[in-house]
Design a protein around this ligand. Sequence first.
Ligand SMILES: NC(=O)C[C@H](N)C(=O)O
Length: 323
Amino acid sequence: MTKKILVVNTGGTIAMSVDDTEGVKPLDDQAVNKILPFLERYADVTMKNVLNLPSPHMTPKIMNDLRLQIEEAFRQEQYDGVVITHGTDTLEETAYFLDLTLSVDVPIVVTGAMRSSNELGADGPVNLISSVRTAADPGSLNKGVLVVFNDEIHAACHVTKTHTSNVATFQSPQYGPIGTIAKKSVQYHHAPLAREHYTISHADGNVPLIKAVAGMDPSWLQFLLDQPIDGLVIEAFGLGNLPPAIIPTLQQLLDRGIPIVLVSRCYNGQVQDVYDYEGGGRKLKEMGIIFSNGLNGQKARIKLIVTLQKTRDFQELQKLFDQ
Ligand SMILES: NC(=O)C[C@H](N)C(=O)O
């Protein structure tokens, strides 16, 4: 039976065109709509243009509005799957946000393009076709939000943008893709073991992300003491270690009840409380810093914005970040 797929367009390079000066800009009408006739071979597609944003303009609040719009569309009509087109720069953040919060029980696929719509070899149309095929495939059920790009299927919780321009930019460094788009079929190799879902009402927490570097000056963090922040994510060195110079400021933030989540600036592995020197992971854990579970910095920030609506208790948050 023909599957009913909702395609929700939000903008990005897939909806942009390149001009004579090689500048790339959003189009007035969404370029994605021109791909619609090619999708009808694979599914009964309804297309909604909800935004036309370059994805650096995306915010958690807009991600949450997008979630609400999709849930509302399902109150009006039932679909067998959803595809969201999105700019690639922050695609992983929106995909992961939806993975954690969207209450719709059908395959959800996020895709986009690295080449604009009028470029030779534009990848938008094929990515969109692959995404509609994936959303319509029964094998895509119960695998969380998926990112389909360059004939590969990735789990939203693991995927990240790894290249500035290559069409194979989306990779899952720790685990690889979970499936492949073959010429005639969608094939899965494995799936994420754990799924998380949070019921939230808004997504406007103020959570900065700071990266640790050698010789970090404490003043780079001290200004946060005067900001109304709800939480902080730090990309630490290696296994989860920080320069000793910033520890007193972190202690002050913790004393004020600001949860601090630690991730690694390595893109493989996870932070652990092993090193017992000043600034080492073991000391950070003793201070009450929350250790993340292999998420990258931008995704840990999304998870903290979401989970802060459930609790501000450091130990409860640690349990959620252990999942
Ligand atoms: N390839 C892209 O979509 C990049 C673009 N700057 C965006 O994220 O909107």
